[in-house]
Write a protein that binds this ligand. Structure first.
Ligand SMILES: *Cc1c(COP(=O)(O)O)cnc(C)c1O
Length: 388
């Protein structure tokens, strides 16, 4: 093991496998979402694995992330959808990156960048169909589409796509899903009436791609599912066959005995009611382990780790650099492997951690890191990788 406190093991074969699963299930081109450092799996590595697995497109949030992928040598179809004010748009236009416009003002910025770059920009339009986040509000669609058509005729850009994003895709029976899909179809009709012919219409994220076939249009934008995590717990078919790509493992740094009445960690929020052994894990919130992984009270909640193939609950507050687990009196030694979450039959999932922490698995994998480095493996055959 390295000098880093933990290894974040990323299996590239799992990403390729998951992309293949989604590609076959949906039957439409896949836009693999690798924003936020590939949801913690590594931007360039996740993009390459997704491409190798059959993803036709790569998408990120910011222009800076897209440019980083070009710098890393990725020359294929690439979409970004969040422009921070003041961002240099000349470089992405020159690099053939699809920019996203939410407003006429953004189109004006792109027109200026295209003139400077001496090249037609590639632009996708994002419409807000009810998430009330990014994208043009319904009242602004007509003006946005008219400006987009005028700029296309003037040679500033080609409008390559039109898209929107769901608010409640992980709840397939939520009425907002139907409303948003209807609104998206209305936006498509209005865009066509305005004289636009965007080639790529896309609406679905991972959950909708899996659970809502009517939302697949010309492509689906999948993030979480390509990393093997369940985008709609309790709804996703159990036999889908996604394989988690990330496993976080470290080693016990200390083992000690506790007597009944001994209290553990800051605030003494956990008190042993029997003699037990306590293991010290050298990771904390400075490494992205949520402090909420132990919540005092009654009943309180605690995430679990696997030590020697057995589940062990966290005990006491998570500290900045370390946390403690209850080894239940079992023989355990300094240096024994501790798996926080990942792939494998006896290993907690990122989803279980999310539930213990009151969050979603997206946040668990995206935030883990801090002082620990990623290690890339390629098992080649993810079906046989579950028991390393
Ligand atoms: C993050 C994001 C996605 C991917 O969502 P998942 O639920 O991870 O599949 C798709 N589209 C947009 C606009 C996003 O911001």
């Amino acid at each position: 093991m390295s000098e880093e406190p933990a290894e974040i093991v990323v299996d590239l074969a799992a990403i390729r496998h998951n992309v293949g699963v989604l590609r076959r299930l949906t039957g439409v081109p896949l836009i693999a979402v690798v924003k936020a450092d590939g949801y913690g799996h590594g931007l360039e590595q996740a993009a390459r694995a997704a491409r190798d697995g059959g993803a036709e497109w790569i998408a990120v949030a910011t222009v800076a992330e897209a440019v980083r992928l070009r710098d890393a040598g990725y020359g294929g179809p690439l979409l970004c959808w969040l422009t921070v004010p003041g961002t240099d748009l000349v470089r992405p236009v020159a690099e053939g990156i699809d920019l996203t416009a939410y407003s006429v003002a953004e189109l004006d910025d792109i027109a200026a960048a295209a003139a400077t770059a001496g090249r037609r920009a590639r632009v996708q339009l994002k419409v807000d169909t009810g998430l009330n986040r990014g994208g043009a509000s319904r009242a602004a669609w007509a003006e946005l589409f008219a400006r987009a058509r005028d700029g296309e005729r003037a040679g500033s850009w080609k409008i390559t796509g039109l898209f929107s994003h769901f608010a409640c895709a992980d709840e397939p029976r939520h009425p907002a899903n139907d409303r948003q899909e209807q609104a998206f179809r209305a936006a498509v009709a209005l865009a066509e009436d305005s004289g636009l012919r965007p080639e790529l219409l896309h609406l679905a994220n991972s959950a909708a791609a899996i659970l809502r076939p009517s939302s697949r249009f010309d492509a689906v934008r999948c993030g979480l599912a390509i990393y093997g995590l369940d985008p709609a717990p309790g709804e996703t078919p159990a036999d889908l066959g996604l394989v988690p790509a990330m496993t976080v493992r470290t080693r016990l740094a200390l083992v000690k005995q506790l007597e009944p009445g001994d209290a553990v960690s800051y605030g003494h929020h956990w008190v042993a009611d029997r003699a037990t052994t306590l293991g010290l894990v050298p990771l904390g919130y400075g490494d992205g382990v949520p402090r909420h992984a132990f919540q005092p009270g009654s009943p309180g909640t605690a995430a679990e780790v696997a030590v020697g193939r057995r589940r062990r609950p966290l005990r006491g507050r998570v500290c900045m650099d370390q946390f403690m687990v209850d080894l239940g009196g079992d023989a355990a030694a300094v240096g024994d492997e501790v798996v926080l979450f990942g792939a494998g039959p006896d290993v907690p999932t990122a989803q279980e951690w999310a539930e213990a922490c009151g969050t979603i698995s997206y946040e668990i994998v995206t935030r883990i890191g801090g002082r620990s480095g990623r290690v890339y493996v390629d098992t080649g055959d993810p079906a046989s990788k579950v028991d390393p």
